[in-house]
Design a protein around this ligand. Structure first.
Ligand code: ACK
Length: 347
């Protein structure tokens, strides 16, 4: 909708320039509307704001993250390779002069602007979250090089490799406790209207007290440089083994498709980091799921947990449980561990 000052401006422009002006104005109004629809669908209820609704993504970084002075960061060692550069461990001096352990994701030199934008996109998503089961963003360094994202340090690294290194070491209640943490984090995200799309044990981090936190909010990884690459018929790259059939086929990503992925994470946890569907090809996984095949119960896994996995893998997404009921169910199992004693005889 053009307002009076806009019309006055139009009169002083030539007609073709005026048309361009009207179009640009309408587009920016649409964007602003989309942005406010994201921010305020229900007044008083916090929702996630997609940084892509900002005309200038740098604005989202300013809004949702804190700039850290690099003199407060001490990098100690490289702990892994991220999609955009090295991941290091180190310390961050807080304003109260305390030092806290942190992980530092760096953007490697020679990047082009879209890579910088994608890299910082994850920070503007993470910066909106505040939950004990979601990895906490400390801040970003954008005003000097290297560009960095600083997050809380998780002593035991990613859940899949942690479980593989400790095969058979935990009680069922401890494993269910880990899953309870993941489900709590996912409840928080789905309540905010955030769909993760890449929930997998490799994207969960574990701290020294075995608390599990959801991480990896860079959607770009799903679409571009993913460790589990496979194309669907629409040409998207998708982590097939973790993804619900409707998301693979029709891009119908939702909290219900995240619940399917959560079922796969349950299976990964109960089998101590086994690869879902083992060496089956992605195409065979898709066909088998379509024919009704589902992953069998892992060794020593209580039947009640496999039943819960099967519930998450219902073909009809409307019939899958919500994350909040998964949390209540897992909570009851932890409080009443006798229900975890019955194993499935799968010999
Ligand atoms: O399995 P890992 O030890 O845990 O190896 C990977 C590596 O960096 C590349 O992603 C580790 N990593 C990532 N974020 C963190 C973090 N916040 N705290 C500790 N380790 C992390 C991850």
């Amino acid at each position: 909708c053009l307002q009076e000052p806009d019309i006055v401006r139009c009169v002083s422009l030539s007609w073709s320039r005026c048309q361009v002006f009207i179009k640009a104005k309408m587009q920016s109004d649409d964007k602003r509307r989309a942005h406010f629809q994201n921010v305020l669908p229900f007044p008083g209820i916090k929702t996630y704001v997609d940084p892509d609704t900002y005309e200038d993504p740098t604005q989202a970084v300013h809004e949702f993250t804190k700039e850290i002075d690099p003199s407060r960061i001490r990098i100690e060692r490289v702990i892994g390779a991220g999609e955009f550069g090295e991941v290091c461990s180190g310390c961050l001096r807080t304003p109260g002069q305390k030092e806290i352990p942190v992980a530092i994701k760096t953007l490697k030199g020679g990047y082009v602007e879209p890579q910088r934008r994608d890299f910082l996109r994850e920070a503007s998503i993470m910066g909106q979250f505040d939950n004990p089961n979601i990895i906490r963003l400390e801040g970003v360094v954008t005003k000097s090089r290297p560009v960095m994202i600083v997050v809380e340090y998780m002593e035991n690294g990613s859940l899949d490799s942690f479980l593989r290194q400790h095969d058979g070491h935990f009680t069922v209640v401890q494993l269910v406790g880990m899953l309870h943490g993941v489900a709590s984090g996912m409840t928080y995200l789905s309540d905010l209207g955030y769909v993760h799309r890449d929930l997998a044990a490799r994207n969960i981090l574990v701290d020294e007290g075995l608390v599990c936190k959801v991480s990896d909010f860079g959607l770009s990884r799903v679409l571009e440089d993913h460790p589990e690459p496979a194309y669907n018929t629409m040409g998207d790259k998708i982590p097939v083994r973790w993804t619900a059939p409707e998301a693979i086929t029709y891009r119908k990503f939702s909290s219900a498709s995240d619940v399917w992925s959560f079922g796969i994470v349950m299976w990964e946890v109960m089998s101590y980091g086994e690869r879902p569907y083992w060496e089956m090809s992605n195409q065979d996984v898709i066909l088998s799921i379509e024919e009704g095949y589902r992953l069998p119960v892992p060794m020593d896994c209580p039947g009640v947990l496999h039943q819960l996995m099967l519930h998450c893998w219902q073909k009809e997404r409307g019939q899958r449980p919500h994350f909040n009921s998964l949390v209540s169910f897992l909570d009851k199992l932890i409080r009443n561990p006798t229900s975890l004693l019955t194993l499935v005889d799968n010999r």
